[in-house]
Design a protein around this ligand. Structure first.
Ligand code: PLP
Length: 392
Protein backbone atom coordinates (compact mmCIF):
# COMPACT_ATOMS: atom_id res chain seq x y z
CA UNK A 1 0.00 0.00 0.00
CA UNK A 2 1.22 3.46 -0.84
CA UNK A 3 1.67 5.64 2.24
CA UNK A 4 0.67 9.29 2.28
CA UNK A 5 2.37 11.57 4.77
CA UNK A 6 0.32 14.61 5.79
CA UNK A 7 1.98 15.36 9.12
CA UNK A 8 4.75 17.72 8.02
CA UNK A 9 4.06 20.01 11.01
CA UNK A 10 5.22 17.16 13.28
CA UNK A 11 8.40 16.59 11.32
CA UNK A 12 9.73 16.57 7.77
CA UNK A 13 12.02 14.13 5.99
CA UNK A 14 15.55 15.46 5.52
CA UNK A 15 16.09 16.75 1.98
CA UNK A 16 18.43 14.44 0.00
CA UNK A 17 20.88 17.33 -0.44
CA UNK A 18 20.86 17.86 3.34
CA UNK A 19 21.76 14.21 3.96
CA UNK A 20 24.55 14.45 1.38
CA UNK A 21 25.94 17.64 2.96
CA UNK A 22 25.95 16.08 6.44
CA UNK A 23 27.58 12.81 5.51
CA UNK A 24 31.31 13.79 5.57
CA UNK A 25 30.93 15.32 9.04
CA UNK A 26 30.28 11.87 10.52
CA UNK A 27 33.45 10.41 9.01
CA UNK A 28 36.26 12.21 7.10
CA UNK A 29 35.54 15.64 8.54
CA UNK A 30 34.90 14.54 12.11
CA UNK A 31 36.91 17.25 13.91
CA UNK A 32 35.86 19.14 17.03
CA UNK A 33 35.32 22.82 16.12
CA UNK A 34 37.11 23.87 19.33
CA UNK A 35 40.38 22.16 18.32
CA UNK A 36 43.05 24.36 16.82
CA UNK A 37 44.41 21.77 14.35
CA UNK A 38 43.21 21.45 10.78
CA UNK A 39 40.56 18.82 11.61
CA UNK A 40 39.03 21.22 14.11
CA UNK A 41 39.28 24.21 11.81
CA UNK A 42 37.55 22.30 9.02
CA UNK A 43 34.61 21.60 11.35
CA UNK A 44 34.67 25.20 12.64
CA UNK A 45 34.49 26.57 9.08
CA UNK A 46 31.51 24.30 8.34
CA UNK A 47 29.56 25.46 11.42
CA UNK A 48 30.27 29.11 10.58
CA UNK A 49 29.08 28.63 7.02
CA UNK A 50 25.86 27.07 8.37
CA UNK A 51 25.46 29.97 10.80
CA UNK A 52 25.51 32.36 7.85
CA UNK A 53 23.01 30.24 5.91
CA UNK A 54 20.59 30.16 8.84
CA UNK A 55 21.06 33.89 9.54
CA UNK A 56 20.35 34.75 5.89
CA UNK A 57 17.03 32.88 6.00
CA UNK A 58 15.71 35.21 8.72
CA UNK A 59 17.55 38.43 7.84
CA UNK A 60 19.87 38.25 10.88
CA UNK A 61 23.64 38.58 11.33
CA UNK A 62 25.49 35.32 11.77
CA UNK A 63 26.81 36.38 15.20
CA UNK A 64 23.21 36.53 16.40
CA UNK A 65 22.58 32.78 15.82
CA UNK A 66 23.11 30.32 18.69
CA UNK A 67 22.82 26.67 17.69
CA UNK A 68 20.81 24.50 20.08
CA UNK A 69 19.39 20.97 20.20
CA UNK A 70 16.02 22.03 18.73
CA UNK A 71 12.92 24.13 19.16
CA UNK A 72 12.27 23.09 22.76
CA UNK A 73 15.73 24.10 23.93
CA UNK A 74 15.54 27.37 21.99
CA UNK A 75 12.22 28.22 23.65
CA UNK A 76 13.47 27.28 27.15
CA UNK A 77 16.75 29.15 26.61
CA UNK A 78 14.92 32.29 25.48
CA UNK A 79 12.49 32.35 28.40
CA UNK A 80 14.83 31.32 31.20
CA UNK A 81 17.79 33.20 29.77
CA UNK A 82 15.89 36.48 29.76
CA UNK A 83 13.94 35.84 32.95
CA UNK A 84 16.97 35.15 35.17
CA UNK A 85 19.14 37.89 33.65
CA UNK A 86 16.54 40.61 34.05
CA UNK A 87 14.97 39.66 37.38
CA UNK A 88 15.98 42.87 39.15
CA UNK A 89 13.98 44.87 36.57
CA UNK A 90 10.80 42.84 36.90
CA UNK A 91 9.23 39.39 37.14
CA UNK A 92 6.34 39.62 34.70
CA UNK A 93 6.17 37.55 31.51
CA UNK A 94 3.40 37.56 28.92
CA UNK A 95 2.71 34.62 26.60
CA UNK A 96 -0.24 33.66 24.44
CA UNK A 97 -2.66 30.96 25.55
CA UNK A 98 -1.90 28.88 22.44
CA UNK A 99 1.87 28.53 22.82
CA UNK A 100 3.55 25.16 22.35
CA UNK A 101 4.21 23.20 25.56
CA UNK A 102 7.89 24.15 25.20
CA UNK A 103 6.76 27.65 26.21
CA UNK A 104 3.78 26.97 28.50
CA UNK A 105 5.56 24.37 30.62
CA UNK A 106 8.63 26.59 30.86
CA UNK A 107 6.32 29.41 32.01
CA UNK A 108 4.92 27.09 34.69
CA UNK A 109 8.48 26.30 35.79
CA UNK A 110 9.20 30.02 36.08
CA UNK A 111 5.89 30.65 37.87
CA UNK A 112 6.98 28.22 40.60
CA UNK A 113 10.13 30.34 41.01
CA UNK A 114 8.40 33.66 41.59
CA UNK A 115 7.63 34.86 38.08
CA UNK A 116 4.23 36.22 37.28
CA UNK A 117 2.81 34.88 34.01
CA UNK A 118 -0.06 36.37 32.01
CA UNK A 119 -1.57 34.29 29.20
CA UNK A 120 -3.17 36.36 26.47
CA UNK A 121 -6.37 34.88 25.08
CA UNK A 122 -6.90 34.40 21.36
CA UNK A 123 -10.01 35.27 19.40
CA UNK A 124 -12.26 32.61 17.83
CA UNK A 125 -10.08 32.71 14.71
CA UNK A 126 -7.01 31.68 16.74
CA UNK A 127 -5.33 35.08 16.61
CA UNK A 128 -4.13 37.30 19.46
CA UNK A 129 -5.74 40.74 19.63
CA UNK A 130 -2.78 43.14 20.09
CA UNK A 131 -4.92 45.53 22.15
CA UNK A 132 -5.05 42.84 24.84
CA UNK A 133 -1.26 42.92 24.97
CA UNK A 134 -1.30 46.66 25.44
CA UNK A 135 -3.58 46.20 28.46
CA UNK A 136 -1.50 43.36 29.94
CA UNK A 137 1.89 45.13 29.92
CA UNK A 138 3.02 46.42 33.33
CA UNK A 139 6.13 48.18 34.66
CA UNK A 140 7.40 44.73 35.64
CA UNK A 141 7.04 43.08 32.21
CA UNK A 142 10.47 41.89 31.10
CA UNK A 143 9.39 39.62 28.28
CA UNK A 144 6.62 38.86 25.82
CA UNK A 145 6.60 35.51 24.01
CA UNK A 146 4.08 35.06 21.23
CA UNK A 147 4.49 32.39 18.60
CA UNK A 148 4.72 33.32 14.93
CA UNK A 149 2.35 30.57 13.75
CA UNK A 150 0.52 28.01 15.79
CA UNK A 151 1.53 24.40 15.26
CA UNK A 152 -2.02 23.05 15.46
CA UNK A 153 -4.16 25.73 13.84
CA UNK A 154 -1.55 27.20 11.51
CA UNK A 155 -2.76 30.69 12.40
CA UNK A 156 -0.18 33.42 11.83
CA UNK A 157 -0.01 36.02 14.59
CA UNK A 158 0.29 39.79 13.99
CA UNK A 159 3.93 39.80 15.10
CA UNK A 160 4.94 43.15 13.55
CA UNK A 161 2.00 44.91 15.21
CA UNK A 162 2.82 43.31 18.56
CA UNK A 163 6.49 44.30 18.21
CA UNK A 164 5.45 47.89 17.53
CA UNK A 165 3.50 48.03 20.80
CA UNK A 166 6.49 46.65 22.70
CA UNK A 167 8.93 48.99 20.96
CA UNK A 168 6.82 52.06 21.79
CA UNK A 169 6.99 51.09 25.42
CA UNK A 170 10.70 50.34 25.28
CA UNK A 171 11.36 54.07 25.21
CA UNK A 172 10.55 53.87 28.95
CA UNK A 173 11.48 50.30 29.89
CA UNK A 174 13.02 47.39 28.02
CA UNK A 175 10.72 44.46 27.40
CA UNK A 176 12.17 41.68 25.23
CA UNK A 177 10.07 40.16 22.50
CA UNK A 178 10.52 36.46 21.72
CA UNK A 179 8.69 34.51 19.05
CA UNK A 180 8.57 30.76 18.58
CA UNK A 181 8.93 30.55 14.79
CA UNK A 182 9.44 26.79 14.63
CA UNK A 183 6.48 26.42 12.24
CA UNK A 184 7.26 29.42 10.03
CA UNK A 185 11.03 29.55 9.46
CA UNK A 186 11.67 28.29 5.95
CA UNK A 187 7.94 28.23 5.16
CA UNK A 188 6.89 31.86 4.93
CA UNK A 189 9.02 35.00 4.43
CA UNK A 190 10.44 36.19 7.73
CA UNK A 191 12.84 39.03 8.55
CA UNK A 192 13.70 39.65 12.20
CA UNK A 193 14.39 43.34 11.59
CA UNK A 194 11.22 43.99 9.63
CA UNK A 195 9.20 42.18 12.30
CA UNK A 196 11.06 43.81 15.22
CA UNK A 197 11.92 40.64 17.15
CA UNK A 198 14.61 40.28 19.86
CA UNK A 199 14.68 36.48 20.09
CA UNK A 200 13.38 33.79 17.73
CA UNK A 201 13.28 29.99 18.03
CA UNK A 202 13.84 27.61 15.12
CA UNK A 203 14.10 23.85 14.62
CA UNK A 204 15.81 22.18 11.65
CA UNK A 205 13.56 19.12 11.42
CA UNK A 206 10.56 21.26 10.53
CA UNK A 207 12.24 22.52 7.34
CA UNK A 208 13.70 19.34 5.84
CA UNK A 209 16.77 19.41 8.06
CA UNK A 210 17.84 16.81 10.64
CA UNK A 211 16.25 16.22 14.05
CA UNK A 212 18.01 17.30 17.24
CA UNK A 213 19.32 20.64 16.02
CA UNK A 214 17.82 24.11 16.15
CA UNK A 215 18.82 27.67 16.81
CA UNK A 216 17.90 30.72 18.81
CA UNK A 217 18.27 34.11 17.17
CA UNK A 218 19.42 36.57 19.84
CA UNK A 219 19.51 40.25 18.83
CA UNK A 220 22.90 41.86 19.52
CA UNK A 221 22.91 43.55 22.94
CA UNK A 222 20.27 41.24 24.48
CA UNK A 223 20.82 40.65 28.17
CA UNK A 224 20.47 36.97 28.97
CA UNK A 225 22.10 34.22 30.99
CA UNK A 226 23.38 30.94 29.56
CA UNK A 227 21.50 27.76 29.98
CA UNK A 228 24.29 25.18 29.74
CA UNK A 229 27.62 25.62 31.53
CA UNK A 230 30.96 23.91 31.09
CA UNK A 231 32.46 25.24 27.86
CA UNK A 232 32.89 28.37 25.78
CA UNK A 233 31.15 27.12 22.64
CA UNK A 234 28.70 29.33 20.77
CA UNK A 235 30.52 32.47 21.98
CA UNK A 236 30.03 31.45 25.61
CA UNK A 237 26.28 31.26 25.17
CA UNK A 238 25.86 27.46 25.02
CA UNK A 239 28.40 24.98 26.37
CA UNK A 240 28.83 21.51 24.79
CA UNK A 241 30.58 20.32 21.64
CA UNK A 242 28.60 21.39 18.61
CA UNK A 243 26.46 18.91 16.67
CA UNK A 244 28.53 19.63 13.57
CA UNK A 245 26.79 17.29 11.10
CA UNK A 246 23.39 18.47 12.34
CA UNK A 247 24.39 22.11 12.08
CA UNK A 248 25.72 21.59 8.53
CA UNK A 249 22.42 19.90 7.63
CA UNK A 250 20.45 22.78 9.15
CA UNK A 251 22.49 25.30 7.12
CA UNK A 252 21.88 23.38 3.91
CA UNK A 253 18.15 23.07 4.65
CA UNK A 254 17.99 26.83 5.32
CA UNK A 255 19.60 27.59 1.96
CA UNK A 256 17.20 25.29 0.08
CA UNK A 257 14.21 26.74 1.96
CA UNK A 258 15.19 30.31 1.09
CA UNK A 259 15.50 29.38 -2.57
CA UNK A 260 12.17 27.50 -2.77
CA UNK A 261 10.08 29.52 -0.31
CA UNK A 262 7.91 31.40 -2.79
CA UNK A 263 7.12 28.50 -5.15
CA UNK A 264 6.44 26.10 -2.27
CA UNK A 265 4.09 28.63 -0.66
CA UNK A 266 2.05 29.00 -3.84
CA UNK A 267 1.84 25.24 -4.45
CA UNK A 268 0.89 24.41 -0.88
CA UNK A 269 -1.73 27.14 -0.58
CA UNK A 270 -3.50 25.73 -3.64
CA UNK A 271 -3.47 22.16 -2.31
CA UNK A 272 -4.44 23.32 1.19
CA UNK A 273 -7.50 25.18 -0.13
CA UNK A 274 -8.49 22.20 -2.25
CA UNK A 275 -8.40 19.95 0.83
CA UNK A 276 -10.32 22.43 3.00
CA UNK A 277 -13.05 22.93 0.38
CA UNK A 278 -13.31 19.20 -0.28
CA UNK A 279 -13.80 18.39 3.40
CA UNK A 280 -16.27 21.18 4.16
CA UNK A 281 -18.32 20.48 0.99
CA UNK A 282 -18.47 16.70 1.40
CA UNK A 283 -18.66 16.08 5.12
CA UNK A 284 -21.74 17.43 6.92
CA UNK A 285 -21.13 19.05 10.32
CA UNK A 286 -17.50 19.77 9.61
CA UNK A 287 -15.79 23.11 10.25
CA UNK A 288 -12.43 24.73 9.65
CA UNK A 289 -10.60 25.74 12.83
CA UNK A 290 -8.65 29.00 12.79
CA UNK A 291 -8.52 31.88 10.35
CA UNK A 292 -8.50 30.99 6.64
CA UNK A 293 -6.70 34.17 5.63
CA UNK A 294 -3.94 34.41 8.24
CA UNK A 295 -2.86 30.81 7.98
CA UNK A 296 0.21 28.78 7.07
CA UNK A 297 0.15 27.57 3.45
CA UNK A 298 0.33 23.94 4.58
CA UNK A 299 -2.16 23.70 7.45
CA UNK A 300 -5.65 22.20 7.41
CA UNK A 301 -7.30 21.85 10.83
CA UNK A 302 -10.90 20.71 10.88
CA UNK A 303 -13.40 19.51 13.44
CA UNK A 304 -15.78 16.80 12.37
CA UNK A 305 -18.65 16.54 14.80
CA UNK A 306 -19.88 13.31 16.36
CA UNK A 307 -16.66 11.38 15.74
CA UNK A 308 -13.47 10.90 17.71
CA UNK A 309 -10.27 12.29 16.19
CA UNK A 310 -8.30 9.28 17.39
CA UNK A 311 -10.66 6.84 15.65
CA UNK A 312 -10.43 8.84 12.42
CA UNK A 313 -6.63 8.84 12.70
CA UNK A 314 -6.48 5.07 13.14
CA UNK A 315 -8.83 4.50 10.20
CA UNK A 316 -6.87 6.91 8.02
CA UNK A 317 -3.68 5.15 8.99
CA UNK A 318 -5.17 1.80 7.95
CA UNK A 319 -5.73 3.37 4.52
CA UNK A 320 -2.12 4.59 4.42
CA UNK A 321 -2.77 8.22 5.38
CA UNK A 322 -0.76 9.82 8.22
CA UNK A 323 -2.33 12.87 9.88
CA UNK A 324 -2.63 14.16 13.44
CA UNK A 325 -5.49 14.86 15.87
CA UNK A 326 -6.37 17.65 18.25
CA UNK A 327 -5.84 15.56 21.35
CA UNK A 328 -2.80 14.46 23.24
CA UNK A 329 -2.38 11.40 25.36
CA UNK A 330 -1.42 12.71 28.80
CA UNK A 331 -1.04 10.38 31.77
CA UNK A 332 -3.09 7.68 30.15
CA UNK A 333 -6.13 9.81 29.27
CA UNK A 334 -6.81 11.61 26.01
CA UNK A 335 -6.98 15.35 26.68
CA UNK A 336 -8.35 17.83 24.15
CA UNK A 337 -5.70 20.30 23.05
CA UNK A 338 -5.42 23.56 24.99
CA UNK A 339 -5.20 25.35 21.64
CA UNK A 340 -8.57 24.09 20.41
CA UNK A 341 -10.22 24.83 23.75
CA UNK A 342 -8.81 28.36 23.70
CA UNK A 343 -10.60 29.18 20.43
CA UNK A 344 -13.85 28.27 22.16
CA UNK A 345 -14.41 24.69 20.96
CA UNK A 346 -16.22 22.40 23.36
CA UNK A 347 -14.17 19.38 24.50
CA UNK A 348 -16.42 17.12 22.35
CA UNK A 349 -15.79 19.14 19.18
CA UNK A 350 -12.08 19.47 20.00
CA UNK A 351 -11.91 15.67 20.32
CA UNK A 352 -13.23 15.37 16.76
CA UNK A 353 -10.42 17.41 15.23
CA UNK A 354 -7.90 16.47 12.60
CA UNK A 355 -4.80 18.27 11.41
CA UNK A 356 -3.44 17.62 7.96
CA UNK A 357 -0.14 19.36 7.34
CA UNK A 358 1.11 19.35 3.77
CA UNK A 359 4.68 19.59 2.53
CA UNK A 360 7.25 19.55 -0.23
CA UNK A 361 6.32 16.07 -1.46
CA UNK A 362 2.51 16.40 -1.26
CA UNK A 363 0.74 15.93 -4.58
CA UNK A 364 -2.72 16.71 -5.89
CA UNK A 365 -3.29 12.98 -6.32
CA UNK A 366 -2.70 12.49 -2.59
CA UNK A 367 -5.16 15.24 -1.69
CA UNK A 368 -7.77 13.66 -3.96
CA UNK A 369 -7.15 10.26 -2.33
CA UNK A 370 -7.77 11.75 1.14
CA UNK A 371 -10.97 13.36 -0.12
CA UNK A 372 -12.10 10.00 -1.54
CA UNK A 373 -11.38 8.12 1.68
CA UNK A 374 -12.29 10.48 4.55
CA UNK A 375 -16.09 10.86 4.02
CA UNK A 376 -16.49 7.06 4.09
CA UNK A 377 -14.51 6.78 7.32
CA UNK A 378 -16.59 9.53 8.95
CA UNK A 379 -19.81 7.86 7.80
CA UNK A 380 -18.77 4.50 9.18
CA UNK A 381 -17.68 5.97 12.53
CA UNK A 382 -20.82 8.07 12.88
CA UNK A 383 -22.96 4.98 12.41
CA UNK A 384 -21.14 3.42 15.36
CA UNK A 385 -20.91 6.55 17.49
CA UNK A 386 -23.06 7.17 20.58
CA UNK A 387 -22.30 10.87 20.02
CA UNK A 388 -24.62 10.95 17.00
CA UNK A 389 -27.56 10.69 19.39
CA UNK A 390 -26.79 14.25 20.46
CA UNK A 391 -27.09 15.33 16.86
CA UNK A 392 -30.68 14.13 16.42
N1 PLP B 1 7.52 25.01 19.06
C1 PLP B 1 6.63 24.66 18.12
C2 PLP B 1 5.64 25.67 17.65
C3 PLP B 1 6.63 23.37 17.60
O1 PLP B 1 5.73 23.02 16.68
C4 PLP B 1 7.57 22.43 18.10
C5 PLP B 1 7.55 21.03 17.63
O2 PLP B 1 6.54 20.46 17.33
C6 PLP B 1 8.50 22.86 19.06
C7 PLP B 1 8.44 24.15 19.53
C8 PLP B 1 9.54 21.92 19.59
O3 PLP B 1 10.55 21.72 18.64
P1 PLP B 1 11.56 20.48 18.77
O4 PLP B 1 10.81 19.27 18.36
O5 PLP B 1 12.66 20.80 17.78
O6 PLP B 1 12.06 20.46 20.16
Amino acid sequence: MERIYLDYAATTPAHPRVVEAMHPYFSDKFGNPSSIHSFGQEARAATEKAREQVARLIGARSGEIVFTSGGTESDNFALEGIAFANLERGNHIIASAIEHHAITECCEFLAKRGFDITYLPVEKDGIVDPTNLEKALTDKTIMVSIMHANNELGTIQPIAEIAKIIRRRNERQKTYFHTDAVQTVGHIPLDVNELGIDLLSMSAHKLYGPKGVGALYVRKGTRMVSFLHGGSQESNRRASTENVAGIVGFGCAAEIALHDLKDEGIKLTRLRDQLIRGILDNIPDSQLNGSLTSRLPNNVNVSIKYVEGESMLLNLDMQGIAASSGSACTSGSVEPSHVLLSIGLSPEVAHGSLRFSLGRFTTEKEIKYVLDILPGIVDKLRKMSPLVVIRN
